[in-house]
Ligand binder design. Structure first.
Ligand code: CTP
Ligand code: MG
Length: 228
């Protein structure tokens, strides 16, 4: 069975605040997008990569692919309005009947090969896998008036990262069901699988290097953490 990685790079990086999306910002001489692609391009267990890119930057994305002569990218697709729509476009472009699918945020450029391997190996036993890291802060549940409702034991709460890995049939089904659902609060892929109770979701341990680049300060932190 093939392992296909979908890289989501269709965001516009509003919180980052530049006039280009954050995935085109360079760290150590390479764009965030290139770092993310190369984690999968260079991974022996990944067969194919589908890149979902911001429609306004499809030419730039193709230029980057050509320049680097990536071998595993089979499709470059336009993303949608939300991350969920972009993910949908990637999943529905897979022609295989069966496959293992990894879905990864391009905004996590420093995912290490061990995390990718652990996600793929876990697919032998589970149909849905979420990379996650322990929460160093206590989480506080509030209501709409900012009043605390609950302070759960943080031991049982983790912060989700990507990649998230799925049996193709399960993640297709989750996105098909989501098309007709109203008031969905979960937009990441494990959130959808969980919402429709389609599979038990297994956790693979992530790490700090794999934190998402959201604000400019995250680039500084990524540069430091990467060297540790
Ligand atoms: N993403 C996507 N399509 C969208 C929105 C997001 O493919 N319509 C991707 C982003 O490119 C990113 C990942 O999903 O790799 C996680 O999203 P986020 O960190 O929120 O990135 P942006 O949406 O670009 O940032 P912001 O929310 O600050 O605008
Ligand atoms: Mg966003």
């Amino acid at each position: 069975m093939k392992t296909i990685a979908i890289i989501l790079a269709s965001g516009s990086g509003e919180r980052f605040g530049l006039d280009v999306p954050k995935q085109f910002v360079k760290i150590e001489g390479k764009t965030i997008l290139e770092h993310a692609i190369e984690a999968f391009e260079n991974h022996k267990l990944v067969d194919e990569i589908i890149l979902v890119t911001n429609p306004d930057y499809i030419d730039l994305s193709k230029e980057i692919i050509l320049k680097n002569s990536y071998k595993k990218i089979t499709k470059v697709l336009k993303g949608g309005k939300t991350r969920k729509d972009s993910s949908y476009n990637g999943i529905m472009a897979i022609n295989e009947k069966e496959a293992g699918v990894l879905i990864h945020d391009a905004a996590r450029p420093f995912v290490d090969s061990q995390i990718i391997e652990n996600c793929i190996l876990a697919l032998d036993k589970y149909k849905a896998i979420c990379t996650a890291i322990e929460s160093v802060d206590t989480l506080v549940e509030i209501d709409e008036n900012n009043i605390v409702q609950n302070i759960p034991n943080r031991k049982f709460y983790m912060r989700a990262q990507t990649p998230q890995a799925f049996d193709l049939k399960i993640i297709k089904k989750a996105h098909e069901l989501a098309q007709n659902a109203k008031d969905l609060t979960f937009t990441d892929d494990c959130g959808l699988v969980n919402q429709f109770a389609l599979a038990k979701i297994f956790i693979v341990k992530g790490n700090e290097k794999n934190n998402k680049i959201t604000y400019p300060i995250d680039i500084e932190v990524a540069g430091i953490v990467r060297k540790i």
